[in-house]
Design a binder for this molecule. Sequence first.
Ligand SMILES: Nc1nc2c(ncn2[C@@H]2O[C@H](COP(=O)(O)OP(=O)(O)OP(=O)(O)O)[C@@H](O)[C@H]2O)c(=O)[nH]1
Ligand SMILES: [Mg+2]
Length: 308
Amino acid sequence: MVESTRADHQDLAQRLLADLLPDTGKSVRLGVTGIPGAGKSTFIEAFGRHAIAQGGRIAVLAIDPSSQRAGGSLLGDKTRMELLSRAPEAFVRPSPAAGALGGVTRRTREAILLCEAAGYDLVIVETVGVGQSETAVADLVDMFLLLLVPAAGDELQGLKKGIIELADLVIVNKCDGPLRAAAGTTAAQYTAALHLLRPALPYWSPRVVTCSALEGTGIVEIWDQVGAFRSATTAAGALARRRAEQAGHWLWQEIGDTLLQAFRANPRVAGRLAAMEARVAAAEISPRAAASALLTDFLTPAKTPVDT
Ligand SMILES: Nc1nc2c(ncn2[C@@H]2O[C@H](COP(=O)(O)OP(=O)(O)OP(=O)(O)O)[C@@H](O)[C@H]2O)c(=O)[nH]1
Ligand SMILES: [Mg+2]
């Protein structure tokens, strides 16, 4: 219902979320990003099974606003997280139907709350680190994990510039078989890069670790790092601050989205919008003057019928 775009569903969903709010906020929220094929789903499966073995309950949500990738993550993730999907302690939810990133992140944000109210103590959000979604996911979670493959340099990894600065933990996956040596080299390079990239936070310095999601090595160390991050951010009050900030962003995003929706739906605006856009494109009117005219239409109470 939360994912539905139907207005009556949305009303019910909002009431449900309001009722559940006191039961939310108690999980560890993790974001996992990396280029397509980095092994995110395989990693989440291994990590999730470890979490379950420790007595945890885990929910996995995927964000894929493009969803045009070959095969789609929907089928892929279902099969790749086969064991996790079947575990009664796990809930695996593939991407909601493709849509604007804002819509997808809103639904994911609300899905996180639902999972928490349902008693999952670990919520993992998977997203592909080549677009905008990873920045959006960093704003949904407590800790952001960047999954790399053994190769040199951000460009070669096909990663968006600056993404490493978002990472609270960098993981070089596929440290096995013939890739093991390259994984070690990549880890060393990124360790050096991290030291240059940003000054360490007073309570946390992001580290680079290696793992093999396929063979299950390195998972325990990552689990320990997640625990250490949790303790450090809680002790410093940083976790509460991060979530408060995120809630503030969410509030303003909702205000912005709702206003824009109302603006576009306004009959007087709708009647002139296309023409105004064309005039702006043809440089007949400045964007500022056009915006001002449209906003006047929007903000002036409609006493007379549509237009003028
Ligand atoms: N050798 C090796 N292969 C791995 C490892 N982890 C994943 N793979 C393989 O890498 C491929 C992609 O794995 P996925 O887990 O689907 O990667 P993903 O990042 O979730 O991919 P998308 O969701 O499509 O972006 C699969 O063929 C996996 O078997 C690993 O630790 N070692
Ligand atoms: Mg995947």
